[in-house]
Design a protein around this ligand. Structure first.
Ligand code: CP
Length: 399
């Protein structure tokens, strides 16, 4: 059975750590100009139905640096037979005989999962619609580990477009696996999808702390929560003072993760975009942050991240993009089984799914492709609620 990576939930914390340990070794070797030829006889196909700079090129660089070869389709939608109407399933069934591993970026949520079901070789998601971007999360977590020395116990603010941004939909689970505390800073329109919050709570026992703006006034309860984070004490030990309000304490954050509004995924973006301007991360904001708070961004950026902080030592987003090479080298080598390092993958099993309901997410791959069986997994502890096997959107089904 090939090992696919379509969701960060496919990887345990131990597996992620194994990838990171190998990435550390590889990075050291790259710095010393040592040859790494673990994939000498391997071919990687990159199939990108959506634009990319970092994901595609760092994967390709990674494969070349492993001594392997690459066949690249940088604009698959326009230049492959997809333009003639070929389905994703048919395309994968063909490509699997041309390459040993496929990196897929696709505009539909759940496309990577569907591809993995139809492939004899590993499928690695390079981002599927608004759903997930698991290898970006590996880069994000690895940057935290390298720059902060640990992930457990860090206070991380995720800000911007958390509804449509696929990177945060993977990152929250990754942070939860490692025991970081997650704060979200986003207006209601751009809040984390409910199903993501629910899964965080039910599978990871993690609740996010939500704010609408950086300068939002905290309620008494929030202030106590912050105090407790600082002291590492339980909330119940504190007496909540009535009418106590304070601005959101930016100095509590160990990392600020900024995201771009996903203009390409939403309609009527202009006014909504304006509502996000209060999230601007700039010099003025960083002046209030700690000396060792780092700023992360999956990039590309627009107006939400000011160029005026690029020279600040706390700006870590270009390092984050650079770490993409050793991290992806390690991932490819492990999934192809060319190293001693073995990892266990934890796929959802489709045998417990119900089959006769349509997914309610209009961007789900099951809406797009013919001959795909709709499948759902029962959400534990939530009555009549089922999760799409492909895109993870939830649906209420009356029995
Ligand atoms: N972070 C990221 O996915 O960038 P690209 O879209 O350039 O690949």
């Amino acid at each position: 059975m090939p090992k696919h990576l379509v969701s960060i939930n496919d990887l345990s914390k131990a597996s992620i750590e194994k990838i990171f340990d190998l990435a550390d070794d590889i990075d050291e070797k790259l710095k010393n100009h040592q040859t790494i030829d673990l994939c000498r006889d391997k071919i990687m196909a990159t199939m990108f139905y959506e634009p990319s700079t970092r994901t595609r090129m760092s994967f390709e660089s990674a494969m070349y640096r492993l001594g392997g070869k690459v066949i690249s389709s940088a604009d698959t939608k326009a230049t492959s037979s997809a333009a003639k109407g070929e389905s994703l399933i048919d395309t994968i069934k063909v490509i699997q005989h041309y390459a040993d591993v496929v990196i897929l970026r696709h505009f539909n949520d759940g496309s990577a999962k569907l591809a993995s079901e139809n492939s004899l070789v590993p499928i690695i998601s390079g981002g599927d619609g608004s759903h997930e971007h698991p290898t970006q999360t590996l880069c994000d977590l690895y940057t935290l580990r390298r720059e902060k020395g640990k992930i457990k116990g860090l206070n991380i603010a995720l800000c911007g477009d958390l509804r449509y941004g696929r990177t945060v939909h993977s990152l929250v689970y990754g942070l939860a696996k490692f025991g970081a505390t997650i704060f979200t800073v986003a207006p209601d329109d751009f809040a984390l999808p409910e199903h993501v919050e629910r899964r965080l709570k039910s599978e990871y026992g993690t609740e996010v702390k939500k704010f609408k703006k950086f300068d939002e006034q905290l309620s008494a309860k929030d202030v106590i929560f912050m105090k407790n984070l600082k002291k590492g004490k339980a909330v119940k030990d504190d007496v909540i003072e009535e009418n106590l309000f304070q601005p959101i304490p930016i100095e509590y954050f160990d990392a600020i993760y900024v995201t771009r509004i996903q203009m390409e995924r939403i309609e009527g973006t202009k006014s909504r975009h304006e509502s996000l301007m209060s999230y601007l991360v700039n010099k003025e904001l960083l002046e209030k942050a700690k000396n060792d708070t780092i700023v992360l961004h999956p990039l590309p950026r627009r107006s939400e991240l000011s160029y005026d902080i690029d020279k600040d030592k706390r700006a870590a987003y270009f390092k984050q993009a650079a770490y993409g090479v050793p991290v992806r080298m390690a991932l490819i080598a492990i999934l192809l089984g060319v190293t001693e390092d073995k990892i266990k993958m934890t796929f959802d099993k489709s045998k417990d799914c119900i089959l006769d309901e349509k997914c309610s997410n209009h961007n789900c791959i099951t809406q797009e492709q013919e001959n795909v069986q709709h499948k759902f997994i029962k959400v534990e502890d939530v009555e009549n609620t089922y999760r799409c096997f492909y895109c993870d959107s939830e649906k209420i089904v009356q029995n």
